[in-house]
Design a protein around this ligand. Structure first.
Ligand code: XUL
Length: 512
């Protein structure tokens, strides 16, 4: 039992969340916002102004400045950092940090000044491409071609070649700046970079975040020699080892003991990506529970024991910090598409919910192809089709249209997640639209499982804190996260809706 810190380096800021495992309580939170708190880095939203279309980079020194600022703020607020027994963290996935030989030399720690000034000379590249970057289409095609096609890349690494994933980003750097690539001694992910700084030496990349690079062989858990060779020369020598997320990276660096009063024996657990951490923070790391997050885009995460991959190549598979694997599926047309229908009928969200309540499951056969913008799952250009009665888009048809978009979105989710969610017993829904009881009920009825609404606030930081607690105390991650589960509302599936929705899903399948 003890006090554990979870850090979360997201796109827009760095957050801290502290838990007391004895009382199963979150005891403290603190946030740094890059734009507001560190304006000198000229990144109001956490990234630098794109220099070219689709190019999104961040300054890794800003992340270090945020770490100093966060600990200083925690101390100023009276939080005693010396009480922390172990810490871990979460990073936005895919971002790569390029470091020179100096980073591997422990002497670089001995400098003067704050973290940013100590580590500025260790950067082999001034900026880190982040997950929003989509500028590497050519590199994706080159890597896929070298390995025998995207299906093969997906079968090995868990994802097709993806623009924002690290391999394509590394290849682009090698092609554009061969000399700087040559000077690079080690390439870290955002997560393993911050972990290294805290542990005082170059740490391993954990297999959860490592699987988001298009470089890890999921089945073996090692870097894949074919993918490495297809990406850039001598890459094996530039990557840290990959290790299971539950491993310890060491004890905290002396800098943090001196500057902020951490205790010397405070352990640093390997960091992981935000999605693997969130899976833990939401208590879904054991197979059977699925998380559906209803945000601007909708996402679905599920865990499983075997290294399954999406036969259609839409989803991503990462390693699960609790062991085994997890998938992440993104449905680009989430709340933005629901909002389009809401606005078309001049409703607010309450009105949207009322319209749902006035219509019946299955919507008398009315459905919608709901891709208002280009969709990821399935890959599709923007496409909106109404299938059903002819007056479907008329003003008096609000109830039909509202039900059609919601039912069609979850029919689409059920079809495209089928490979990953064979034996689910529960769906945890979270995100803005999960406030809507009618939507929760439709999810329960379409999937025919219990739906639990959960309120989450920074599940990635909570997941990291729970991982630190598990590593340090030896308690099972599953037991720990269950103890932190929020009180929530349950929606039971209506057995009478099973047949209606089985037919509805099949009808939807015929139209996409
Ligand atoms: C996942 C992804 C994002 C980032 C955002 O593939 O790109 O979820 O991890 O933080």
């Amino acid at each position: 039992m003890g006090i554990y810190l979870g850090l979360d380096l997201s796109t827009q800021g760095l957050s801290a969340l502290v838990i007391n495992s004895a009382t199963a309580a979150i005891t403290y939170r603190c946030d740094i916002n890059f734009g507001r708190d560190l304006p000198q880095y000229e990144s109001p939203n956490g990234f630098l102004e794109p220099q070219r279309e689709g190019e999104y980079h961040a300054n890794p020194l800003m992340w270090l400045a945020a770490l100093d600022r966060l600990f200083a703020r925690m101390s100023a607020e009276g939080f005693d950092l010396g009480t922390i027994d172990a810490l871990s963290g979460s990073g936005q996935q895919h971002a790569t940090v390029y470091l020179n030989e100096r980073f591997l030399d422990l002497q670089s720690w001995a400098g003067e000044g704050d973290l940013a000034s100590r580590f500025a000379p260790s950067l082999a590249r001034a900026t880190a491409p982040i997950w929003m970057d989509s500028s590497t289409g050519a590199e994706c095609a080159e890597i896929a071609a070298a390995v025998g096609g995207d299906e093969r890349v997906c079968a090995i690494s868990g994802s097709r070649t993806i623009e924002r994933f690290s391999a394509a980003q590394i290849r682009k750097f090698y092609k554009q700046s061969a000399a700087a690539y040559e000077e690079t001694a080690v390439i870290h992910l955002a997560s393993s970079f911050i972990c290294s700084i805290l542990a005082g030496r170059s740490s391993a990349i954990d297999s959860g975040d490592g699987a988001g690079m298009n470089l890890l062989n999921l089945a073996s858990g090692e870097w894949d020699s074919e993918l490495l060779a297809a990406t850039a020369p001598h890459l094996a020598a530039k990557l840290p080892p990959v290790q299971f997320s539950g491993e310890c990276a060491g004890t905290i660096a002396a800098y943090f003991v001196q500057e902020y009063g951490f205790k010397r024996e405070c352990s640093v657990n390997l960091f992981s990506g935000d999605n693997p951490n969130s899976l833990v923070g939401m208590g879904a790391e054991a197979p059977g529970t699925v998380v559906v997050s209803l945000g601007t885009s909708d996402t679905l995460m599920a865990s499983f024991d075997k290294p399954l991959t999406d036969p259609n190549g839409y989803g991503h598979v990462f390693c699960n910090p609790a062991g085994g694997y997890m998938c992440l599926l993104c449905f680009t047309n989430g709340s933005l598409a629901r909002e389009r229908v809401r606005d078309e009928f001049a409703l607010d969200w309450d009105g949207f919910e009322k319209q749902l309540a006035q219509s019946a499951p299955g919507n008398n056969g009315n459905l919608m192809i709901p891709f208002f913008t280009a969709e990821t799952t399935p890959r599709s250009e923007a496409r909106v089709d109404y299938v059903g009665q002819s007056d479907f888009t008329q003003r008096q048809s609000a109830a039909k249209a509202v039900r059609a978009i919601v039912e069609s979105q979850f029919a689409n989710m059920k079809i495209h997640a089928a490979w990953a969610i064979e034996n689910i017993t529960r769906i945890k829904v979270t995100g803005g639209a999960s406030d809507n009881d009618q939507i929760c009920q439709i999810v329960a009825d379409i999937f025919q499982v219990e739906v639990e609404r959960i309120a989450t606030s920074n599940s990635a930081a909570l997941g990291a804190a729970l991982r630190a607690a598990s590593m340090q105390s030896g308690s099972s991650l599953i037991d720990l996260s269950a103890a932190f589960a929020d009180q929530s509302r349950l929606f039971a599936p209506d057995p009478a809706a099973r047949k209606i929705y089985d037919n509805f899903v099949e009808k939807f399948r015929l139209h996409i």
